[in-house]
Design a protein. Structure first.
Length: 127
């Protein structure tokens, strides 16, 4: 599924959250796909099951997955996800920072707009 970087400053559970989100956003995991059980993923990654459980809880809080008792954890539909305004603000700040960097590199506002439009059109909005 994915590998963890044990030397990273990012915590293991955050790496798991980020990796699963990336798999969902890239379309590798589709709506209603079942994630491995906590025990299965724990064995695959050789990580404490509590760490996997914490990552699944965070993904559920963010609306990327939902859990059905006795059946498992599944990828939720985009329409079921609630908008996390704090996270939207963080992403917007990342975009602002990237645009400032592109300007620093000498790109015009028109060229930056073209690049952003290309990204939005790529694979139907990157989804």
């Amino acid at each position: 599924m994915f590998q963890l970087d044990l030397k990273s400053r990012t915590s293991i559970y955050e790496q798991i959250v980020d990796n699963i989100k990336e798999l969902i956003l890239a379309g590798v995991l589709s709506v209603e796909d079942k994630l491995p059980s906590v025990r299965e993923l724990s064995k695959m990654l050789t990580v404490n099951p509590n760490t996997i459980q914490k990552a699944y809880r965070e993904l559920e809080y963010q609306g990327f997955v939902y859990t059905v008792a006795g059946l498992g954890t599944f990828v939720s539909a985009a329409s079921d996800r609630k908008v996390d305004e704090k996270r939207v603000g963080e992403v917007m700040e990342d975009i602002r920072r990237s645009i400032r960097e592109l300007r620093f590199l000498g790109l015009s506002q028109e060229r930056i707009s073209e690049l952003l439009n290309e990204l939005l059109e790529e694979r139907g909005g990157l989804a």
